[in-house]
Design a protein around this ligand. Structure first.
Ligand SMILES: Nc1ncnc2c1ncn2[C@@H]1O[C@H](COP(=O)(O)OP(=O)(O)O)[C@@H](O)[C@H]1O
Ligand SMILES: [Mg+2]
Length: 382
């Protein structure tokens, strides 16, 4: 691993993206940029604009400007191993980034792109082909954590508690019609239900339904965000989250609780409303805390998570039953976000958390590079 200037590791902070969570990603990246230890790292800002183009800038640039599709410095990452070097798109980009010098050579990438195209394995596939170490789960772990249907199936197969659900595969809602689909959900699950695009995030496309007309509207809305849609039993629940960190030997943080004044933890509650309160550690009996931490680690392993993930629980207010709601492979990283706050409360301050995530990325990459690529008897030289 070659360090950049003065032996500093060059971190490519990759943010923005084409998903509905573009703006959230910019806020997360702003926090990370502020907390990265500049005595250890030089930073290349790499924004993916809403059209999917990549823009490179030095660490003192304004993130929202870098992520603007009209911005210059357009680069791409060739999907071939070796260089881990960003290439200017054309001569305009070349002159724009000409002065950036070392910024094109990345030692490790910190992708903080939420949702589709960032958290679903696609980006991880590109980084694998380019042989760049990167923070977080690999292709498989990212994809299965993102897909709420596949994640539930695997959690259930591992004997972990999930809420009952029904999946409508791509095309199925069109084929059977929304009314028949709503009846199937009402008969199979009862009321109330949550309807979700299988792949989304930040509560976008998610709604609660208490009647057939609401359910039909909810299914139609969810379908706008993903062709695969799930409906699941709504729980009157406390929302508890646990942060997990590590590769082969993951560790779980103290649990935290989200208290939202909204009917559920929707997009506005997540990002626009100061009334949402994070209670850390979550008020729980010691044995409940122990069970949640252990379930979080089991879920992390069941979904092939690496580096980090936030494991979100629903705790039934009546029965006190625990359900794993979802895992987030690249959780929110803003100043107010649960993931970094949980580690802070567990004794790991934000800058040290970032050091650890980068070290885990390098470790994972190192393990991968050691894997045998030759068949037995292959005459190629090493
Ligand atoms: N089965 C459920 N019962 C009760 N509330 C739920 C249920 N599923 C989702 N919610 C509410 O909706 C929010 C968003 O759902 P979630 O599955 O976490 O999607 P996202 O990936 O968008 O965060 C949750 O934080 C919670 O407030
Ligand atoms: Mg969630």
């Amino acid at each position: 691993m070659s360090g950049g200037k003065m032996g500093k590791l060059r971190v490519g902070l990759l943010f923005g993206g084409r998903s509905v969570e573009h703006a959230v990603s910019i806020v997360s990246a702003t926090s990370i940029l502020r907390a990265l230890d500049r005595s250890k790292y030089s930073i290349s800002l790499i924004a993916i604009d809403p059209t999917g183009r990549w823009h490179l800038a030095e660490e003192d640039a304004v993130l929202a400007e870098v992520a603007d599709e009209k911005g210059d410095g357009r680069v791409f990452l060739p999907a071939v191993p070796g260089g881990t070097t960003l290439v200017p798109e054309d001569s305009t980009a070349l002159s724009a980034i000409g002065a950036l010098g070392d910024a094109t050579r990345l030692d490790v990438v910190f992708p903080i792109i939420h949702g589709r195209g960032g958290e679903d394995g696609a980006l991880q596939g590109l980084l694998e082909l380019a042989e760049v170490p990167y923070v977080g789960s690999g292709v498989l772990g990212s994809a299965i954590q993102m897909d709420k249907d596949v994640a539930k199936r695997l959690l259930e197969a591992a004997g972990l508690p999930v809420t009952p659900w029904i999946t409508f595969r791509p095309g199925e809602l069109d084929r059977i019609g929304l009314e028949a689909a709503a009846t199937r959900v009402a008969d199979g699950i009862g009321w109330p239900v949550f309807v979700k695009p299988a792949n989304s995030g930040s509560s976008i496309g998610i709604s609660r339904a208490d009647s057939i007309p609401e359910l039909i509207a909810a299914l139609a809305d969810a379908q706008r965000y993903d062709r695969k849609v799930i409906a699941e039993k709504a729980i009157d629940a406390r929302e508890i989250e646990v942060a997990v960190l590590g590769n082969d030997e993951p560790e779980a943080s103290v649990p935290g609780e989200i208290r939202s004044a909204h009917a559920f933890y929707d997009y506005d509650a997540k990002y626009l409303d100061d009334a949402t309160e994070l209670v850390i550690p979550a008020p729980l009996a010691p044995e409940e805390t122990a069970i949640l931490r252990s379930l979080a680690l089991d879920a992390y392993r069941a979904l092939d998570a690496e580096g980090l993930a936030r494991v979100d629980f629903l705790v039934d207010r009546e029965t006190n039953d625990f359900y794993i709601n979802e895992l987030n492979s690249l959780p929110g990283f803003t100043d107010g976000s649960m993931y970094p706050k949980l580690w802070e409360a567990s004794g790991l301050p934000y800058p040290a958390l970032l050091d650890r995530l980068i070290a885990l990325a390098l470790e994972r990459h190192d393990h991968r590079m050691r894997l045998e690529t030759r068949a037995p008897g292959d005459p190629r030289e090493t």
